[in-house]
Each structure stands twice: as C-alpha cells, then as structure tokens.
Design a protein around this ligand. Structure first.
Ligand code: GFB
Length: 321
C-alpha cells in the first residue's frame, strides 16, 4: 500500500481501505443502465462523442479524471446486434481505443472497462471461465460487438505491459434494471418483454415473445454491477478480466412466466418462432469472483424484476423506449 501523502487530497486511507473521492472518478456511459447504477463519480453521457479522438482527448485534458469506470458502448439486444453489425464494430472499437489512449496520456491511475459474456467463443467447454475468452469465434449474431470488446481486453493488457498501468476489465453477464433501454426493436430481452407486456396489458393484445423460448440466459441486476465495479476499482488489479454473474441460468420460457406473473397478465402468450433464438446459452463459472467476495449477495431475479417493473410503470413517460 502506497505511503499516505497528506497533500494528496483525493485519496484517503480509512482502516487500510483505499477510498477514492467522488470527483476524481469518471464514469463513461454514466447515464446508461450500468453507469447510472454506480453510486459515485462524474457521470458522462453521450453529450461527449467518444468515437472522435480529439473530442475525447479534449474532455480528458479539461477534466483530468484520475480514475475511470468505462461503461460507454453501443449496446443492444439480439435484434439490434443482428441489424447493425458494422456500426457495432466501428462505434465500440473507436470508443474503447479513444478512452484508454486518452486515459493513458492524462495519467489516469486506473481504468475499469466493461466486456460482456457474449464475447466468449460460441463453441467451447462450459462453463465459461475467464481464460477461455479468445479460444474461438463468438456467436454469429454478435461477432462485431464481441471482437471489439475482445480488443478492449487486448488493449488493456497491452497497456499494462508497455506502460505498467493498472488498467483492468470485468465481464458481466446479461444486465437488467432501472434506467434500461425499453426499445421494442433494439432492447435486451428483459426490458423489451416488460414493455411488450405493458402494451399487451393496456391494449388487450397478445404478448408475442421471440423464438422458441428454449435458450438459457444468466442475468445480473444493475445495482449489483454498480457495487461490483466500485469494488473492482478499489480492489481488483489482475491482468485477466473477472466474470460478474450469479452463474444461475434461467430459460426464456421461465423468464416469461416470471414476467407474466409480475404483470398479472391473463392474455395469450405467443412464441414467434420466425424470430431468432440467438446463442443457445452462455453459462459462467463465477468462482474467481467468489474467491474475492465469498459473501457477495446477488439480488434475486424475482426481486430485481419486481423493482424494475415498479420503476418502469412509474417512469413510463420518460424512459428510453
Ligand atoms: O437479451 P437478448 O436480446 O440478447 O436476447 P442475447 C436474449 C434471448 O431472449 C434470445 C429471446 O434467446 C431471444 O430470442 N427473446 C425473446 C427476446 N423475446 C425477445 C424480444 O422481444 N426481444 C429480445 N431482444 N429478445 C446479447 C448480445 O445477446 O446479449 C449483446 O447480442 C450483449 O451483444 C447482450 O452481449 C448482453 O443474450 O441473445
């Protein structure tokens, strides 16, 4: 642990625990699902276009953040990934490259970057562990996003090696929660199905779900990701990424049952098999995280969905949709 320097205003040692002061942490993508769940830091939204090197550089030059939690990305559900493959590659490779390079040039002490479990190979021995990221091609539905995120892992490790920078990355599974994007075309499965159910309830129409319902997914509540990313900023220093997941799978059919119950929906549920199922499953092994935080309590999917549905209904007029 670095010797305490009283002149250093933004770092305090409390009981040997490193506490980084609020105004020195920059949260890119700070107004999105993940960024807004982090209870610290300067929340940077899309008002600054991080795809443009000069704009990114000038922002860092002017604000001089000392720590960065890098959540900014072009994201979306299965449908958006399939329909915007070029943009998913370009936007994410540019945003990540600029944020890490501007961080390096402006002496940012630590960057925590976000990957996703969809970057893992589609065909690999399950469960997914951190050492398997580059062992084969990702699923064809989202390979541009997956490779751009894999390159964020590569850039992070390269900067550690050449510049000795303590930059790290984390791999959350599918995230859901308040402040999500509830778009019917571009959203992830949980927010999109919530929106569809709400409309079916209101308009007395059938509730149409994509695909067979057989795929399996793991979900983590955004507030848990917020806590874990601050933990990583303060305590995770390894060169390989770490998986953030409760490592519990649920089928889309069972997820639909949970949502139908939460909305007390009595109408017809239809599985539209003309729509894609995407990757069949992405089961993770979270024992690395457990080795650090054996007592971390993940929010149950029932509680997370209940809280998100209440927030969704109360904020319907102002949500992203
Ligand atoms: O959340 P989701 O869009 O992303 O879809 P992925 C998950 C599953 O939900 C798929 C089913 O099996 C879909 O077929 N599903 C059922 C629906 N109804 C719907 C619906 O109305 N909308 C959507 N979107 N899905 C993404 C990656 O994959 O996971 C991203 O493409 C990112 O890059 C994200 O990594 C976390 O889990 O299939």
């Amino acid at each position: 642990m670095k010797k305490f320097n009283p002149n250093e205003k933004n770092i305090h040692l409390i009981h040997e625990k490193l506490i980084i002061m609020d105004d020195k942490i920059l949260i890119t993508g700070g107004k999105g699902l993940v960024g807004s769940s982090i209870e610290k830091g300067i929340k940077l939204g899309s008002e600054i276009d991080l795809r443009i090197p000069e704009i990114t550089y000038n922002y860092f030059n002017y604000n001089k953040p000392e720590y960065v939690i890098h959540c900014a990305a072009m994201v979306g559900g299965l449908g958006r990934n399939i329909n915007y493959k070029g943009k998913f590659y370009y936007d994410n490779i540019m945003i990540n490259t600029n944020v890490l390079e501007s961080s390096r040039i402006h002496d940012v002490k630590k960057v925590v970057s976000f990957l996703s479990t969809c970057i893992f190979p589609d065909e690999v021995n399950y469960p997914l562990t951190e050492d398997k990221i580059h062992l084969g091609p990702p699923h064809e539905s989202n390979y541009p996003y997956a490779y751009a995120k894999r390159m964020l892992d590569v850039q992070t490790r390269a900067y550690r090696e050449q510049y000795g920078l303590n930059y790290v990355s984390v791999i959350p599974t599918n995230i859901y929660g308040i402040n999500d994007n509830f778009s019917l075309e571009n959203g992830h499965v949980i927010p999109t199905l919530m929106h569809k159910l709400y409309l079916s309830q209101t308009n007395k129409t059938d509730f149409v779900v994509w695909g067979s319902g057989k795929p399996l997914r793991e979900f983590i509540y955004s507030k848990d990701v917020g806590k874990l990313s601050l933990w990583a900023l303060n305590h995770y220093d390894e060169d390989i990424p770490i998986i953030f997941s409760p490592s519990q799978e649920i089928s889309i059919i069972d997820l639909v049952d949970l949502l139908v119950k939460e909305f007390n929906f009595k109408g017809k549920v239809i599985f539209d098999k003309t729509k894609p199922d995407g990757q069949f499953r992405k089961p993770t092994d979270n024992s690395k995280l457990k080795s650090y935080l054996p007592d971390f309590k993940f929010t149950s999917i029932e509680d997370g969905i209940k809280e998100t549905v209440n927030w969704f209904i109360q904020n319907y007029d102002n949500i992203r949709k």
